[in-house]
Design a protein around this ligand. Structure first.
Ligand SMILES: [Mg+2]
Length: 394
């Protein structure tokens, strides 16, 4: 049976939420969304990076992830607001609560986005249909407008038959829009896009594909699987081939109470041995810690336990955990702790290397999430090996 899946994404979440909070505290004051503004680091500091920007700020060429100082050079009148995770958590909860009124099948994918499965609800929502909007658009407009009315911020809704296409659709023109990307719309709406815009196609994969003339998502869709695999590896090539053709069968997972963890791992070839541990592992740990730390900070959560794991060349998993004196979301702390734990696990007494084994996978992660609500971005479950594209909270 064909499914009805929504992907709902808050527009410029951090910036919108800060703007809405300020307006609620001081009605009639400056709306950050209407002037060049950014969410930067701490109050009074210019050392942070831009974590969200208003649409007027975007017109000055300001991009998410750039240093605040460089954004200030592009726009001298820039308004800078500080990160305020407590506010983000509050609005995120309120947003998710509204979504759950429409279906119990809500998968929170990050602090500001969720998938909804509305399959089979057509009769239930018949009353929402208008001359202009039939199901499922009628439901999408109802949810979008209700969030704006009750909470004061805008969202984009993407509608399709699977999560991948719904996610792609919500990323079309912003803000405050509903878009469909049904399977029969793929050639017109998706195949014309640059390959780098395919969800899950990381920058490196996109560069590789473009260097061999695969410029659009359509080009990838029409390239033989074996050719894509020869450039991107078996798993990566298969992912791109399926996705470019709009195929994704991942279910909307409701995991509200599932074990919460943030982690990332990577495999390598050849195996790491005692001789090249120092030459290779610190770099890998840095990269893994960055990806975990970034997700923690984006979701406004902290971990209290760090975990590392390795898989040996005999496919045995070994892991270590360490409870931290203070919970953290700092990449630097993750990196330092994880590296010393891995050193112990591999080089220590009775460690992996003492048994003459090599390692081919390293994982770094954390658990004991300080805020009880947010979980791993389970979208990553269907993204290829190490080439993962992250949501930017935009
Ligand atoms: Mg967003």
């Amino acid at each position: 049976m064909s499914r009805t899946i929504f992907h709902i994404d808050v527009n410029s979440a951090f910036l919108s939420w800060t703007a809405v909070k300020r307006l609620s505290e001081e009605p009639g004051s400056l709306d950050l969304r209407e002037v060049p503004s950014i969410i930067g680091g701490r109050e009074g500091s210019t050392r942070g990076i831009v974590s969200a920007k208003s649409i007027p700020a975007k017109k000055y060429g300001i991009v998410t992830g750039e240093p605040v100082i460089s954004a200030m050079k592009k726009c001298p009148n820039l308004v800078i607001a500080e990160l305020d995770f407590q506010t983000y958590r509050n609005y995120s909860h309120a947003f998710m609560d509204i979504l759950r009124e429409y279906t119990p099948l809500v998968q929170q994918a990050s602090i500001d986005e969720a998938y909804l499965d509305l399959t089979g609800t057509e009769e239930l929502y018949r009353h929402l249909e208008t001359e202009e909007w039939k199901f499922p658009l009628s439901v999408a407009y109802e949810i979008k407008n209700r969030i704006y009315r009750e909470l004061g911020f805008t969202v984009n809704v993407g509608i399709s038959e699977n999560k991948l296409l719904a996610k792609m659709a919500s990323d079309f023109e912003k803000p405050n829009r509903v878009h469909t990307l049904f399977v029969d719309e793929i050639p017109k709406k998706m195949w014309t896009l640059p390959i780098g815009e395919l969800f899950g196609c990381g920058k490196r994969s996109a560069e590789k594909l473009m260097s061999v003339g695969i410029m659009t998502i359509g080009d990838a869709a029409h390239t033989d699987l074996s050719v894509l695999q020869s450039f991107l590896g078996e798993k990566g090539g298969a992912y791109i081939h399926r996705s470019a053709n709009g195929i994704s069968d991942s279910p909307v997972r409701v995991e509200r109470d599932a074990a919460k963890s943030y982690s990332n791992e990577t495999t390598f070839n050849p195996d790491i041995t005692a001789q090249d541990f120092d030459a290779r592992v610190p770099q890998i740990v840095k990269w893994l810690s960055e990806s975990v730390g970034r997700r923690l900070r984006r979701d406004g959560v902290y971990i209290s336990t760090i975990e590392v794991s390795v898989k040996t060349n005999e496919f045995k998993r070994r892991s270590r955990q360490k409870k931290l004196p203070d919970s953290t979301n700092s990449t630097k702390i993750l990196q330092q702790e994880a590296l010393s734990m891995l050193r112990e696990l591999c080089m220590g007494e009775g460690g992996v290397f003492s048994e003459g084994l090599g390692i081919r996978l390293i994982g770094v992660g954390g658990s004991g999430i300080e805020d009880g609500t947010y979980r791993q971005m389970s979208l990553f479950d269907f993204v290829g090996e190490s080439d993962k594209k992250e949501s930017t909270g935009e």
